[in-house]
Design a binder for this molecule. Sequence first.
Ligand code: DGJ
Length: 557
Amino acid sequence: MSVPAMNRALVAVSILMTCCTCPAVPLSEHPLPTIESRNGRFQLMVDDHPFLILGGQVHNSTTADEARYDCACAALEKIQANTAFVPLYWELLEPQEGQFDFTLVERAVLKARAHRLRVVLLWFGAWKNGAMHYAPEWVKRDKARFPRVIGARGEELPVLSPLADAARLADAAAFRAMLGHLRQMDASDRTVVMVQVENETGFLGTDRDYSSAGTKCFQSSVPQELTACLADHRAALSAPLANAWGENGNRSTGTWAEVFGDMGAEACTGWNIARHVESVVAAGKEEYPLPMYANAWLAEGNGERAGVWPSGGPNENMLDLWKCAAPHLDFLAPDIYTPRFTEVCAAYARPDNPLLIPEVSFDPYYPAFAFTAFARFDALAYSVFGIDDVFKASEPFKSSNGQDPPGMDETYPAVVQLARVYAILRPLLPLIARRQCTGTLFPVVQNVCEGADAPVTIRLGDKLAAKVTYTVKFDEEKQRGAGMIVKLAKDEFLIAGMGFETVFRELEGPPRDAEILSIDAGTFTNGQWTPQGRLNGDEQHLSLPESGRILRVKLLR
Ligand code: DGJ
């Protein structure tokens, strides 16, 4: 037995002898993961160190298929991700009311741990993509006890009403039970670092509930608690809700339509859903207070109305309302399947909300945005949706012991691009985590604002700029130049990424390139720079091949 393990065992024995009433939870050398916030800077602390998540989310049904899940974990390990985003299903956790089956909780954690991954658990409870598909049968069958939302034409929707206490209490009880079991089995290791509560909440198909209870709620007064909270944060509100509230006179009382105008129906819906989620989170945190967040299906739809996207979810319209209604949530997170990536990041990265991207499209256009997320928006996580897709579709998921996973599909450009980006980022994560919010990280991403292949100039401070020229032809189906420049000191930089070359330009004195003292290729091992060779003579240029590279350069300044 190792010394720390022996110490742990001794402490456990002595505590058991002196404290018979303590819950039987393994003692942990590992502190609880937390989100720390200081002066608008957020860090996810894991084992007392800032931790950035380079992740992948498995497909919706993968946790239920042991072989497939094992292969998905193997794939994540292979592409150098450090975290799996893994769904748990209320219907399978509580097939009969009050009877719990924790098989999938254990599988989700133990398989990932075997592949040296951390886990973010996703609670598919009362909501999944604006509907109730993961509620257990006993909930779906009992419409009197668990009423459904009614649409504008009087039609019943597959959405549980958040106005029904029974649904909220049942959802919260199941979530609490899941977390209780998780605490028992994982508090000693902390494989699970965070929990997503529900999935893309909202009412899909209607802006509000048109049942009599829903209409009564819509026609009643907006809770003063909400308008007072919005007033307290007036200077910092996001534009959509601030505008809707302002256009109607920033009223502190009135019906939902009087206070928020056209956004009233979505606001009423959002408030009721967020209050439901708040109860679920509060119950879960009482049991095991891991960091928790809610994710959003964004309000996309070119001038459409709420209901086209799940009305009332934590989308850009509803951020402040959710902040007021669900204070136990640590933050709100966007699922990004839109090219307006930077705009969405800017909406969610706020002084009161860190950016974490639990889902981003698995498409070759997107992996480069991981640099934008970490370097420009100080993101805590970047996670691709549907990581099982890295495998060749033609090969079966053979084993559940990780011996024989199918091969990765290297003909699929998204796989190649993702693997390259993650290979560059993984060794840099500790450094990036330390340097976020310090103004020393500069993302480089081809085709953002400047036009596909045009060179860009990035001001690095200290009278210095980097002129970046892309060496790959932009092809949104295949590849793009991408990476980041890290300013280590006034005269020392890392250039990491693929498909671009850099020339440093002095911004003081006569126009000229900065003089290079040395260039080393290398990487980081356990946070320490590991040089792989000096580049000089014919190789003395700052060019990153398509396959990716990390260079460390010193300038004479
Ligand atoms: C977003 C959802 O959150 C996921 O669970 C999944 O359904 C994807 N959409 C599919 O694109």
